[in-house]
Design a protein around this ligand. Structure first.
Ligand SMILES: [Zn+2]
Length: 603
């Protein structure tokens, strides 16, 4: 007869049931400090829909709040024991990659009513712990399986009452898989396992519920501020590449590439920075200076226009590596030391242009190269041991410094054939944002970030980068607000005839002369940027509502004809607030109209 791994667990279950059905000496006690019960690295037990049972653990929050994330530890074996009639042997099996995770109320010490089932497509970050969990010794060859730390960002934070016991059940749910094993913890006390009714067990399983940091639910768009600094060279100019049109176009490309991650980049500013020269040139910096540059900027934010609430991107003239070669661009990963975990430096020619920019921001959100399996372990990702720390990207080949992109592509294709990678797996690497591939080019429309990479970057965002997030979508709708002033001017300046002030468009407000200066010989529109909405100076010709310092932009037109105000196609202007006011001139008099306080938008 053939016995399976499952049978084995059934026999364990019977033994366990014999133990736990006896009266318990004490009621179930509270879990470990802070409700967190970390793993012990001492093995685990099957908790899987395909096994006889799956387990639930109790927890309570110290005060009422929203549960935002859940961490737990376990092992997904891809082999199972079978009995071949003579011996127990290990045979290949399917590892469980999916979970059923449910939250329950407490009912007299056991799970009560179901509160919430986590959607099966929720993002679960998987990180190898480095521990190998040995399978229980027996009449079979010794075997150990790698343990994984799982972290779930709840798609919808779960509001729970403080000091109240709840239960969470975690079960492997991949059909036909080898049962998933939930790791034990030395913390905690007691649990319940799924049968009907719930039966108590003396096992304790490793998990940590968490209410922080505050996070936007996954699935909703997130908006990250970007502060772009153009470093000026000796000629007081940035590299010619870095005009506003390029910067705007690259931001658009970023948003196309990250659209599927629900992550949007919002250009907060483009500022020019005179090369600070500390610790060396920022116009032509060296890769090796990265940490020193970030250190200097963080020590004196004003001098370096450094922001703590935005992604700091420095656009430079060139970026040289140790051999004098062009490094393209650099960034660091968030778990790295604090003087090298934030700064993004872009030379004018990163690989694949704007996709190279997306690559650096991938690093900013803790994505690693697809060939990280050939790199040294770095800051929280095991490199050679664990590849890029993302499950659904296969191992890439090593892009040696002397390997051309075409050779790198060819090397990978040969390796992929050898490894039996599927066409989809190959495509995910060859067009991956975090690869060095793409001899034929990688474009915003073809650039790939896999679901595993998106999960990793979103998890890093919530763990390390919430400071750069906007609370919600930025205003993108143009607005025109009538302001009469005090004393009030005639309400004669009408909003745009065909559209509001839209980037790349022509704004066309008009003076209505039906009762205002009917004998006007010319209309002039003044547009000022200083304190829109704040200026109110009574004068002999009406109340001045528009600042004259610095001098406003002036546009004139024939009486009653719409003004034609071109709005530059520059994404930096999005959200800019301005005040506009018209002056009409008759033969012997000037008269001021109301103001229009405007905000430049995209529609
Ligand atoms: Zn890189």
């Amino acid at each position: 007869m053939i016995a399976t791994f499952l049978d084995l667990f059934r026999s364990f279950s019977i033994a366990l049931a014999l133990v736990v059905c006896m009266p318990m000496a004490a009621p179930l006690a509270a879990q470990g400090a802070g409700g967190c019960n970390p793993n012990a690295g001492s093995g685990g037990f099957a908790s899987d829909l395909g096994a006889d049972e799956h387990f639930a653990e109790s927890f309570s929050l110290p005060s009422s709040g929203a549960l935002t994330r859940l961490t737990w530890w376990g092992t997904a074996p891809d082999e199972q024991l079978t009995y071949d009639g003579t011996n127990w042997v290990w045979a290949a099996g399917l590892a469980s990659t999916d979970f059923e995770i449910q939250f329950w109320t407490d009912s007299a010490g056991v799970p009560g009513s179901l509160i919430y089932t986590v959607p099966t497509n929720a993002c679960i970050l998987r990180t190898p712990t480095g521990s190998a969990v040995p399978f229980a010794p027996g009449p079979w060859p010794a075997k150990a399986f790698p343990e994984t730390r799982y972290e779930l960002l709840l798609p919808t934070p779960l509001s729970l009452a403080g000091g109240t016991p709840y239960w969470v059940s975690i079960a492997g749910s991949t059909p036909g898989s080898v049962p998933w094993l939930w790791s034990f913890t030395p913390a905690g006390d007691g649990s319940a396992y799924s049968s009907t009714p719930w039966l108590a067990s003396t096992d304790d399983f490793a998990f940590c519920p968490s209410t922080g940091p505050p996070s936007d639910p996954l699935g909703l768009p997130l908006f990250a501020r970007v502060s772009v600094k153009r470093v000026l060279g000796p000629a007081q100019a940035p590299n010619a590449k870095w005009n506003h049109q390029t910067i705007c176009a690259w931001l658009d490309d970023l948003n196309e590439i990250y659209l599927s991650s629900n992550l949007n980049f919002v250009l907060d500013e483009i500022v020019d920075l005179q090369d600070p020269g500390v610790p060396g040139s920022w116009f032509d910096p060296l890769v090796a200076s990265k940490a020193a540059m970030e250190h200097a900027a963080e020590a004196d934010p004003a001098a370096f226009k450094w922001r703590t609430d935005a992604v700091n991107v420095y656009l430079v003239n060139s970026l040289k590596d140790a051999t004098g070669g062009d490094a393209g661009a650099i960034c660091s990963s968030p778990p790295c030391p604090t003087d090298q975990n934030d700064i993004v430096i872009l030379g004018p020619g990163p690989l694949h242009g704007s996709v190279g920019f997306a690559h650096e921001l991938g690093h900013y959100f803790d994505l690693r190269h697809t060939h990280a399996n050939h790199e040294a372990p770095e800051c929280g990702c095991g490199g050679a041991t664990d590849g890029d720390c993302v499950d659904d990207t296969v191992d890439d080949t090593d892009p040696q410094p002397t390997t051309t992109a075409a050779q790198h592509d060819q090397n990978f294709l040969a390796f992929a054939l050898q490894q039996g990678y599927s066409p989809a797996q190959q495509a995910d690497i060859l067009a991956n944002v975090m690869s060095y591939h793409g001899s034929g080019g990688i474009f915003p429309s073809t650039a790939v970030l896999t679901p595993g990479q998106r999960c990793r970057l979103l998890t890093a965002l919530h763990e390390y980068r919430t400071a750069v997030l906007l609370a919600g979508p930025p205003a993108s709708t143009a607005s025109e607000l009538v302001r009469l002033g005090s004393p009030p001017n005639p309400s004669a300046l009408l909003p745009g005839s065909t559209s509001g002030p839209v980037i790349g468009g022509t704004w066309d407000p008009v003076v209505d002369h039906s009762s205002f200066v009917p004998d006007s010989i010319m209309d002039v529109l003044a547009i000022s940027t200083t304190s829109p909405g704040a200026v109110n100076v009574p004068t002999a010709i009406g109340t001045l509502l528009c600042s004259l310092a610095p001098p406003p932009v002036l546009v004139s037109t024939a009486p009653g004809q719409p003004f034609a105000v071109p709005i530059p196609d520059d994404c930096e202007l999005l959200g800019t607030a301005l005040a506009a006011q018209a002056l009409s001139a008759a033969a012997f008099a000037l008269s001021l109209t109301n103001a229009l306080d405007i905000v430049i938008g995209t529609l």
